[in-house]
Design a protein around this ligand. Structure first.
Ligand code: DC
Length: 242
């Protein structure tokens, strides 16, 4: 920064936006892409999850939009939320609220549902939007979420909409949960995934939808490696076209 003026380099590295429904594999793919490109990784779902966890613990109802937004604003103003890249590929982003490591606590089906509920409130979204823009505006960044290519960075150089059939997404999510010792059945997991899809796609503000310019990737019949390779090719093509 020079004085009060931000110097934006014309050669800024791209912003890569990855949106898509629950369980599409955005997090694992985003991690791998960020590593391969040496880009920063921003997991915006983790921000909504952290707000759901912190407000739940503070006894604030996830339906109480004004109190949720005021609490989220306080957390941001106090710099009480931190998101730090973890070298462990299974962790991805280490999340702290007021110094407490909540990386695992936010990854439960209950917090997924809580994040989806709090994220439907425009006032909560407005608070986190600012945080997301600050985190990504310098470029050289992979952001994953639901509205990155449509709202947060509509001018992102590369946009993906990553999806897969609900059954495949539930099967993958169920395997992840089982590996962590969670006991949810496959049909419960499928129901959770479908409920969250309906909530995230049906909300009035920044609903989950494919940006017109987003590359659609349906990973139903693709392996993880194939998905990553295809996405990397798009990013590299966009970089070399600049
Ligand atoms: O990606 P995730 O499962 O961690 O996201 C949890 C919830 O947060 C998701 O169901 C909806 C919400 N979310 C959102 O509304 N906008 C984003 N950019 C990211 C997540």
């Amino acid at each position: 920064m020079r004085g009060n003026t931000y110097v934006v380099s014309a050669r800024r590295r791209p912003i890569v936006a990855i949106d898509g429904p629950a369980g599409a594999g955005k997090s694992t793919v985003a991690r791998r892409l960020a590593d391969a490109l040496a880009f920063i990784l921003v997991d915006t779902g983790a921000m909504y999850r952290a707000v759901a966890l912190a407000t739940g613990r503070a006894g604030i109802l996830w339906s109480d939009a004004p109190r949720l937004a005021a609490f989220a604003e306080e957390l941001v103003a106090e710099r009480a939320l931190s998101f730090e890249r973890d070298p462990d590929p299974l962790v991805g982003v280490r999340v702290r609220v007021r110094g407490e490591d909540v990386s695992e606590a936010i990854r439960t089906p209950h917090m997924a549902q809580g994040a989806s509920t709090v994220s439907a409130h425009g006032a909560v979204r407005a608070v986190l939007l600012e945080l997301q823009r600050v985190a990504g505006r310098a470029g050289g960044v992979v952001l994953e979420g639901r509205d990155i290519g449509t709202v947060v960075f509509p001018d992102a150089e590369v946009k993906f909409f990553l999806t897969a059939s609900a059954e495949i997404r539930a099967t993958r999510r169920h395997a992840e949960l089982a590996a962590k010792g969670e006991t949810a059945t496959l049909s419960e997991t499928l129901r959770d995934v479908q409920r969250r899809d309906a909530q995230d796609e049906g909300r009035a503000i920044a609903p989950l939808k494919r940006a017109e310019s987003a590359v659609l990737i349906d990973s139903t019949d693709l392996s993880f490696e194939q998905t990553v390779a295809c996405m990397l090719e798009h990013v590299r093509a966009a970089e070399s076209a600049r």
